[in-house]
Design a protein around this ligand. Structure first.
Ligand SMILES: C[S@@+](CC[C@H](N)C(=O)[O-])C[C@H]1O[C@@H](n2cnc3c(N)ncnc32)[C@H](O)[C@@H]1O
Length: 314
């Protein structure tokens, strides 16, 4: 779909009284939610991140996880569960979770059990994984899932004010969520991490600073949105379903510093096609002019931090 068309649909839906239900209906009828959910890509992403964590001495098994930005399904919390997490508290500002999608996803995990074992096998013991898959197979609906797996959904709930007890969490986590949250709220979320993380706790955030309209409209580059001045961009962007903060890698670095976090590992992934566009004179809007191409063309940024000066989890 042409990105401006999608933007118009998002803007119109966001202005309607029953906006969430209408947008969900359109996504189910005409959008990506038409298809049976495929949880395997999320499990692969989880396996990659958990392996990376293990390389840094951070185990998932036995840990209390706080996730930000649940979305429509529970694939990432389920990945944490399958890999031995003690509990997952997942927060969303909006009540987007849908039981039918969660259960369809659980069904796909069970149908693809062999593939799941191949994906998660390198990061969790075979017996533990088999036992947890058996639990998943016994689940009858969302409430039962929550009871059996200790995955607790909090929505509507702002991750910057979780009501969780002080020092009650080991890992604060998000996957492709930070880019949808305004900078001042992100700073508050990292400060909340400093409050809720136990001694040795860490934050891990996997950020996608690319233009999300380009994910669907393949005629766009991943930095397409950097050409718009704030005023024009806000016309496409300032609604609940489209919002992207357009923060670049160095902006995130500043946020972490302002929130008092010590970043101990960061992984920027650069897009070669975007770098070539910058070299060829891509017309950058004022806020992005004069900045380093690597800063602008980081399209995935994974950041590990701990509240100022504390020791890392193990
Ligand atoms: C793109 S979705 C990510 C969904 C999921 N993580 C995934 O990868 O499929 C971003 C989510 O962040 C949520 N969100 C935005 N601001 C938030 C906040 N302050 N606290 C908690 N969730 C928030 C939105 O409601 C939305 O569900």
């Amino acid at each position: 779909m042409h990105w401006k068309r999608k933007s118009t649909i998002q803007r119109v839906c966001a202005a309607l009284p029953a906006k969430d239900a209408i947008y969900y209906f359109l996504q189910r009828r005409f959008g990506s939610l038409r298809y049976t959910p495929d949880p395997l890509p999320m499990l692969r992403a989880a396996a990659e991140i958990f392996a990376e964590m293990r390389g840094m001495g951070i185990a998932v098994a036995g840990k209390r996880i706080m996730e930000i930005g649940t979305g429509r399904r529970l694939d990432m919390p389920i990945a944490f569960y399958l890999c031995g997490a003690q509990s997952v508290d997942t927060f969303d500002l909006n009540v987007y979770l849908r039981e039918e999608l969660v259960m369809a996803s659980v069904g796909e995990i069970l149908r693809g059990r062999e593939a799941v074992v191949t994906i998660l096998g390198p990061v969790v013991g075979a017996e533990e994984l088999a036992a947890r898959l058996d639990v998943l197979a016994s689940v009858q609906g969302l409430k039962d899932l929550s009871q059996k797996t200790a995955i607790r959904y909090h929505a509507p709930a702002d991750a910057s004010n979780t009501q969780l007890a002080d020092q009650s969490i080991d890992i604060q986590f998000s996957y492709t969520v930070f880019e949808h949250i305004p900078g001042p709220v992100l700073e508050a979320i990292l400060r909340e991490a400093s409050r809720v993380l136990a001694v040795g706790g860490v934050a891990c955030h996997h950020i996608d600073p690319s233009d999300h309209f380009a994910h669907e409209d393949k005629s766009l580059s991943l930095i397409h949105f950097l050409q718009f001045e704030e005023r024009e961009w806000s016309r496409y962007n300032d609604n609940q379903f489209a919002y992207h903060n357009r923060l670049r890698r160095s902006d995130y670095d500043r946020l972490y510093t302002a929130a008092g976090h010590e970043v101990f590992s960061k992984h920027p992934f650069l897009d070669d096609a975007s770098l070539a566009e910058i070299r060829n004179g891509f017309p950058l809007a004022t806020p992005f002019q004069g900045r380093e191409a690597e800063d602008l063309c980081t399209v995935v940024y994974r950041v590990y931090s701990r509240p100022g000066g504390a020791q890392g989890a193990n």
